[in-house]
Design a protein around this ligand. Structure first.
Ligand SMILES: C[S@@+](CC[C@H](N)C(=O)[O-])C[C@H]1O[C@@H](n2cnc3c(N)ncnc32)[C@H](O)[C@@H]1O
Length: 169
């Protein structure tokens, strides 16, 4: 919504950061995290090309598990798009335990009715393992703290990405 603050926990090529900036304009602000300098630069270039004023965003080269050190409470949305940076090394990828730590902090930072989305890729072994651990984690979240939904395709031959949606109560 216009004026909201939002967080992209996995900036990558910046598509989701730009999406969040468009959703929160005018008057909004987006924090975007990535551990890779190249991802931060790709995101910066995408936002510059789109004409987004630098005063509307903060690009942070740090692990998303440190989100609470950079972001004030009251955010409306937080996105995770797991896995590796397309076109870069597959060795540098999200890790389930840092994602869990980031999710736990992000829930605390959300305002009431705020949303977290997590896109997971179970089509390969590491992604399937990551999804299983994250599902175990979100099932343990107190239902009074936040509502958790899991979206997945059920009529596709190929294993497709699946999405967690968490809503703060
Ligand atoms: C699938 S890509 C994200 C795509 C991106 N959202 C976009 O719109 O292009 C996943 C990204 O997560 C980043 N990443 C991996 N571990 C991370 C961590 N602990 N903290 C922050 N970013 C991380 C990777 O460097 C990679 O750029």
């Amino acid at each position: 919504m216009p004026g909201d603050r939002a967080v992209d926990c996995t900036a990558g090529n910046g598509h989701d950061t730009l999406f969040l900036l468009k959703q929160t304009a005018p008057g909004g602000f987006v924090h975007a995290f990535d551990i890779q300098a190249s991802a931060i630069e790709k995101t910066r270039k995408r936002l510059e090309k789109a004409g987004i004023p630098p005063s509307c965003y903060n690009l942070i080269q740090d692990c998303h598990s440190h989100i609470a050190e950079h972001v004030q409470p009251g955010i409306a949305a937080c996105m995770f798009n797991l896995g590796y940076l397309p076109g870069a090394s597959h060795e540098i990828t999200t890790e389930p335990y840092t994602v869990m730590k980031a999710l736990d902090s992000a829930i605390d930072l959300l305002k009431s009715q705020g949303i977290i989305t997590v896109v997971m890729y179970p089509g390969h072994e590491a992604g399937r393992h990551e999804m299983e651990l994250l599902l175990e984690f979100v099932r343990s979240i107190d239902e009074k703290r936040c509502r958790v939904m899991h979206l997945l395709n059920v009529n596709t031959a190929k294993i497709s990405p699946s999405i967690l949606v968490l809503q703060k109560l």
